[in-house]
Ligand binder design. Structure first.
Ligand code: PEP
Ligand code: MN
Length: 266
């Protein structure tokens, strides 16, 4: 309760390992960067709202190799240029050890996706590169990973010197099929009890459907999340990935207003 007293939705700073930021950080943006126009439209909106981060997939870990794989390095360049223009910090996933350094030079935050939860060579390289570039590492929980395994895997990153690591709960694979994954909201207080890492909750990949996103985001906030990740796209219906779960810019603005009201009330 104490640590949530002055919470506000808005973000100016990188959180540090203390996990004691008084702002809930929003990591919002499209599932995939699809074009400069698409990404700039989202960036302009978030900039106008006073947000400081944007997310966007450039290397996509798709289940099916025939699905859109992301723009790759040209997408990273779009992210860099658009974020420089709108003064936003950037977060994107890296899939391979050999890409860490190149991507770290162009973005502020490096994401390790759920599918690479125990890719220890990637975790090590990411930790080293993040330490050298002072990058944020957003470390997502694997969808069958226990919290003990998660914290152990996190040590692969921090042992290489990375100082700025955020853990991201994004839902587990369970027997339930009504949602894409089952969001483990308990992970937030459990991680706060067991560690000092700030905790993010990715509500979009857990929900799988946009109409469920607001409820999960409010739950994350109430549970004490330090950050919330939401996929937002200027035109979700034509999105090249995760079309069903992405909010429109207008839907996100409405949700953001609601969350801001709740945060001040907590
Ligand atoms: C993502 O955030 O773009 C993503 C692919 O998420 P996850 O690794 O949690 O599935
Ligand atoms: Mn996605």
């Amino acid at each position: 309760v104490q640590r949530r007293q002055h919470v506000a939705i808005a973000q100016q700073e990188l959180p540090d390992l203390s996990g004691k930021t008084d702002k809930v950080i929003m990591f919002v943006g499209p599932c995939s960067i699809e074009s400069e126009e698409q990404f700039a439209q989202a960036a302009e909106c978030f900039h106008d709202m006073g947000l400081s981060w944007i997310r966007g997939g450039t290397f996509k870990p798709r289940t099916n190799p025939h699905s859109f794989q992301g723009l790759g390095l040209p997408g990273v360049k779009i992210m860099h240029d658009v974020c420089a223009h709108y003064h936003l910090k950037s977060l994107t996933e890296v899939l391979d050890t050999e890409m860490c350094e190149t991507v770290a030079k162009q973005v502020d935050g490096l994401q390790i996706g759920a599918r690479n939860f125990q890719n220890f060579s990637l975790l090590r390289r990411m930790g080293k590169v993040a330490a050298e570039h002072n990058s944020l590492v957003m470390f997502k929980r694997g969808f069958a990973g226990t919290i003990d395994e998660w914290l152990a895997a996190t040590s692969y990153i921090t042992n290489e010197g990375a100082k700025n690591v955020m853990l991201c709960e994004r839902g587990l694979r369970t027997f339930e099929t009504a949602t894409r994954f089952t969001l483990d909201i308990s992970a937030v207080p459990v991680l706060h009890k067991l560690s000092t890492f700030p905790v993010c909750v990715d509500v979009s990949h857990a929900a799988g459907q946009r109409d469920l996103v607001p409820s999960l985001a409010k739950a994350a906030l109430a549970a004490g999340a330090d950050a919330i990740m939401i996929e937002v796209h200027p035109n979700p219906h034509v999105a090249l990935s995760d079309s069903a779960q992405q909010l429109t810019l207008e839907q996100f603005k409405r949700l953001f207003d609601e969350l801001s009201g709740i945060a001040h009330a907590l």
